[in-house]
Design a protein around this ligand. Sequence first.
Ligand code: GTP
Ligand code: MG
Length: 407
Amino acid sequence: MPPTPKTKVKPPKAEAATNATNATNATKFAKAEPRGGKGDAGSVKEQRARSDEPKPASPAKAERNQNQNASAPVSRAGTIALVGRPNVGKSTLLNALIGERIAITSHHAQTTRDRIAGILTRDGTQFVFLDTPGFHKANHKLGERMNEVARAAAQGSDVAIFMTEPSTRQTPDGLAVNATVREDDRSILAAIPSGTPVVLVINKVDKISPKHLLFPFLEAYAKERDFAAVVPVSALKGVGFDAILAEVGKLLPQGDALYEEEELSDKPVRFFVGEFVREQVLRLTRQEVPHGVAVTVESFDESAKLVRIAVTVHVAKDSHKGIIIGDGGKMLGTVGRAARLRAEELLGRKVHLETFVRTTPGWFDDAARLVDMGYANDDAPAQRKRAGKPRMTPGKQGSKKPKKGPG
Ligand SMILES: Nc1nc2c(ncn2[C@@H]2O[C@H](COP(=O)(O)OP(=O)(O)OP(=O)(O)O)[C@@H](O)[C@H]2O)c(=O)[nH]1
Ligand SMILES: [Mg+2]
């Protein structure tokens, strides 16, 4: 065992300065290592198990643990793809259902770029929710790959949650809800195989008042397919979760757990750290800057008590580099601090996060660079069949094998 260094996490000011220096030297930086390429950061569960620091006691976590303690032996388990347009709230719902903020969210469309499993085991049922990128009209290779990832999840899951939100307009008489089905929603629904049970989830109902305004909208959508259930929810306000779990639980196949009961995701921790940095960029920058950003994790060293992580923020244009770094490194400092706090929350350990910025023109339309950055389309083969039903196994990036499954 290496000795535990006494290094403290840098105070915010020092961290900002470090980031700024690194950013300035960023062009000298060697070729970026693919996400998940070197080292093995392990799955979220592994990371948490190794941690000897107390875990943050958020209410969501307390509830999650309580549910797990109360859970009976697993007799039903399966995958549930969360599919829908960008920005309807798929990732917000995934986080809320599993009680941990693992999937990044933002008000920008096309926030999610990968398929991310969120695992919830309770009352004898294991739900493996698969967050997916929003289906959209792709303008570049990254967009095409995102759509492929979403399509593969929709086609390979035991159950699909098709998520949409009411589109509204203001009239002289107040708020009105459009009672027509959007064409893009229609084509997303068509991507779900006819044999897959689908639960229609209408999100963001907190925005609709009075509630009866929803009925014509619900009616119009309910006619589109023979849905197993229709559930209005508010992922943000915590409305409708029990109904989703009850309806989806009934549809999952009988069988053993696919993952250890306390497992949280199939993605390794380093994946989430990169995502947390990207999330802050999405939240703190505007216009085309956030869409041109990718984050790669260069190193992840957890051998000491303080976990040392270095990431590169790739931007599409030199002018964006200045925006991300900000005056005197202020923006990068803010991004790094917030991402570090999120990483510490997930790991339950102190983290030192170094952030570099690098211009990589056109990365999002370059197949080879996409693979380098970890955007290989490795999710489709990760679906497999058990007893004739499609099943999911974890992705490549240092993830654990599922507990049970076909050979
Ligand atoms: N008012 C309201 N806003 C919500 C609700 N759920 C999500 N949002 C907001 O909607 C925006 C998009 O949420 P995400 O969860 O990132 O949406 P997404 O479907 O995962 O989007 P993509 O990853 O781009 O496909 C965020 O600003 C959320 O805070 C809800 O129930 N009510
Ligand atoms: Mg999302």
